[in-house]
Design a protein around this ligand. Sequence first.
Ligand code: SF4
Ligand code: SF4
Length: 374
Amino acid sequence: MDTLENLRAVAQDPYGYARNIQATESKPILGYFCSYTPEEIITAAGAIPFRLFGTREDISRADAHLQSYCCSLVRGGLEDALTGRLNFLKGAVFPHTCDSIQRLSDIWRLNAGMALHFDAVLPVKLTTESARNYMIAVLNDFRSELEQGLGVTISDEALYKANHTCNRIRELLGHIYAFRSQNPSQLKGSDIYYIMKAAMVMDREVLVEQLAHLWADLREKGGEAPPTDRKRVLLSGGICTLPDIYTLIEDAGGEVVWDDLCTGTRYFEGEVRETGDPVEAIAERYLSRMVCPAKHKGMSVRGEHLSRLVREQQIGGVIFLFLKFCEPHGFDYPYLKACMDRAGVPTLLLEVEEQLPAEGQLRTRFETFIDMLE
Ligand code: SF4
Ligand code: SF4
């Protein structure tokens, strides 16, 4: 199996991958839902941070605990926990993000039956000195709680190593994204999806090797492929769990060449300083990277960021992709759309649950949208 096939296989069956790890290795696996989870500290503790993406199964048991107007990520994650599909997890980590995740944390602690449960109540406003100090204190507390829960010591050396590994992973993902943006015909959009999904669940020590191989293979393919006549599209939103969306956009004459997703570029953006206090360095990355709408760094930063991505990546149109009932992204949408309107960039709004709407209906919407693009 080549590297890309291997990453695809992990992304298509992440629970199978986790069960295999559980059967063959002693590394504990900790679930998480949000990219504000300090993966470096989990990795330094000898554990595997494993992102949860909701479920493809029917949701019934979770409905006893959550209102039907919670997003499908939260409801689906709880469903999988309650039905035992996540019994490979030693525990889960909940950073302070949107209201739904915060409420899920309490319900999970009481009902999921996992040995370990961690809350990391990170600040929401990220621009002040007190936020910086508070962020560092919370991350240090998380380090101590993890040590206690897993019965390990997390040394500064282990943290330096984990920071380096995670930086290298981010760097490689950035290279792969840039390669695809310049050579969209040489790497499918759905493969970018699979690479990102695998990157968020795999043992990071193994992942970094595999991404290095993949990047070497892509460089060998090399060169700029002749430009295609597909229209360049950017996906903006929270989590994307739908590989089919890339193919449908390609079939309609477009090409997703970049994104502003928390399962995309916001996951690998920024670098952790590799000198000085390793926990402070992790905090500084959270403070300096682009925020999602559940955090705050100013009234216009997200719009400016999206406008810059559109310019830099020569984007013809933006598709906003949110899970239904996602309040942070729903509230952000009118302002971001207004930014794009002012810049003359056409946009399309797609609110989905764990499944895409009927294919024919979506195909027509994409074709109509992509026909409009320059
Ligand atoms: S959009 Fe923000 S709050 Fe939601 S999962 Fe992503 S990083 Fe976390
Ligand atoms: S940010 Fe949105 S999609 Fe993510 S967990 Fe919260 S409500 Fe759900």
